[in-house]
Write a protein that binds this ligand. Sequence first.
Ligand SMILES: Nc1ncnc2c1ncn2[C@@H]1O[C@H](COP(=O)(O)OP(=O)(O)OP(=O)(O)O)[C@@H](O)[C@H]1O
Length: 263
Amino acid sequence: MEPILNVKNLTMKFGGLKALDDVSIAIEKGQIAALIGPNGAGKTTFFNCITGIYEPTHGNVEITPPGKATQSLKGLKPNYVTERGIARTFQNIRLFHGMTVLENVLIGRHCRLSSGIIKAMLKPSSQREEEKKAVYDSYEILEKIGLAKYVNEMAVNLPYGAQRRLEIARAMATDPFLLLLDEPAAGMNPQETKELDDLILWLRDNENLTILLIEHDMKLVMSLSDWIHVVDYGKKIAEGTPAEIKANPDVIKAYLGEESDDA
Ligand SMILES: Nc1ncnc2c1ncn2[C@@H]1O[C@H](COP(=O)(O)OP(=O)(O)OP(=O)(O)O)[C@@H](O)[C@H]1O
């Protein structure tokens, strides 16, 4: 079976700097995979190349959505990548703080509406049904993610961990088959991290999602991941199971160091 995401020989240059150097990574359907490596290794650049924020200097990104043919994402802008079924969250929280929790999720939903969210919000009668359905679907997502109690709160008033979960809810609203999470546990306390761990597992097991996460919390990475890819200075240096990665001398030297003791 084709991998759900097949990134082939990706190179991204910024002037003289090779942020990614011939990186190939395949993600299988239903996997929770992690992309790890030191600061500046190229992890976020990798996400940016997949999601159309950057056009890679070389290489190709192919997807095989469940039940569909393999297709290339070459040249697609971010909104078209989202439409193809890839959703992401960002390293720094990017919510619409002046909007409610529900409105933030509705914004994510708009790529699945035929009328577009703006028209739907203006409420010409032909769009009312679609708008109602979008609100219903968004509320359902909030329930699943454990945020329904905040539905009419302003996003800015949510506790930090809930804001991070709201980003995942908004990503879910785009109906993805592949979810890319960029440091989802950053800044979380241990309780929030535990809840995130449970949520990611739940999403994979109940929402049919494949998940690729960038994360520096090695305890979370090692407990959650089926498969781990490691980059350093833009190059892929290893891939394997958590046990293999923990024991890999190149990874220990480049990144894990003593951290591997508590993972
Ligand atoms: N738009 C850009 N222009 C120039 N250089 C960039 C750009 N984006 C990233 N870089 C550089 O590319 C390299 C990889 O950055 P990237 O953000 O992908 O690393 P990272 O592995 O995600 O790091 P971290 O773990 O700190 O988030 C860094 O040297 C960074 O400064």
